[in-house]
Design a protein. Structure first.
Ligand SMILES: [Fe+2]
Ligand SMILES: [Fe+2]
Length: 239
């Protein structure tokens, strides 16, 4: 049987993306915390590893019946960056401005009665600015460079240490986004609308919940699949 315990949670999701829903259920962070082994992640969350492993086995069994999960482990660098840009980045460019307007409106109308909405608006606004700067950097500098690594001419231009340092910087920005999401989850009781929430309030929380989920999948693909592949590809040539 597969050794789930010592495998990192990032790799477990990279091998089978639908396992992410099991980790979501137990509150295990597989994107920014993706380098931790399953046992360590369970210890930190006070969860029995066997319970999570049972969930993973059940999820894998379902996947065998329904091969719906996308597996990006065998994709090329170009396929990965094209996919991330066309799906996750395109989604963010459309959704962040919409949610920002909604957050402002809901904070203005209901912020006096529920002051946490004012904090939601400020945390989200900062997160939105940071994410758009981060994705622009990826699209303008990092992704073109990663595509170039697949061609011999592009491999020698930048030393391996420079690639690793650029990736460290992106990963630390991912961690900052992860912390902002954690704050938003706490401020909104896991995106649960109160009984008397108006339609805009409900739409904001539904939008934030979807953003949270998409961003975690997005960061997971970069941290656990794309970045290691870029370093492996670069390391195949002289640094
Ligand atoms: Fe990205
Ligand atoms: Fe990123």
């Amino acid at each position: 049987m597969k050794d789930f315990r010592s495998e990192t949670v990032g790799m477990l999701v990279a091998e089978q993306p639908l396992r992410a829903s099991v980790f979501d259920r137990f509150g295990i962070d597989y994107c920014c915390g993706g380098k931790q082994s399953l046992v360590v992640a369970c210890e930190q969350g006070g969860i029995a590893p066997d319970t999570v492993i049972a969930g993973l086995i059940a999820s894998d069994a379902e996947v065998e019946l329904d091969q719906a999960g996308e597996n990006w482990l065998n994709a090329s660098l170009t396929e990965l960056v094209d996919h991330i840009q066309q799906t996750h980045h395109a989604y963010l460019k459309g959704e962040l401005p919409r949610l920002e307007l909604l957050a402002k409106k809901v904070a203005r109308v209901h912020g006096v009665r529920e002051p946490r909405l004012l904090k939601v608006e400020s945390v989200f606004s900062a997160l939105s600015t940071e994410i758009l700067e981060h994705t622009a950097k990826e699209e303008l500098i990092v992704f073109p460079f990663m595509r170039s690594l697949e061609h011999v001419a592009g491999k020698a231009k930048v030393p391996l240490a420079a690639v690793e340092s650029a990736i460290d910087c992106l990963e630390s920005e991912h961690n900052e986004a992860g912390s902002a999401l954690m704050q938003l989850r706490e401020l909104t009781d896991e995106y649960t609308p109160p009984e008397n929430a108006c339609a805009s309030w409900q739409a904001l929380l539904a939008g934030l919940a979807h953003l949270d989920k998409d961003l975690r999948v997005h960061v997971h693909k970069e941290n656990s699949i794309l970045f290691p592949l870029a370093i492996r590809t670069k390391a195949l040539t002289f640094a």
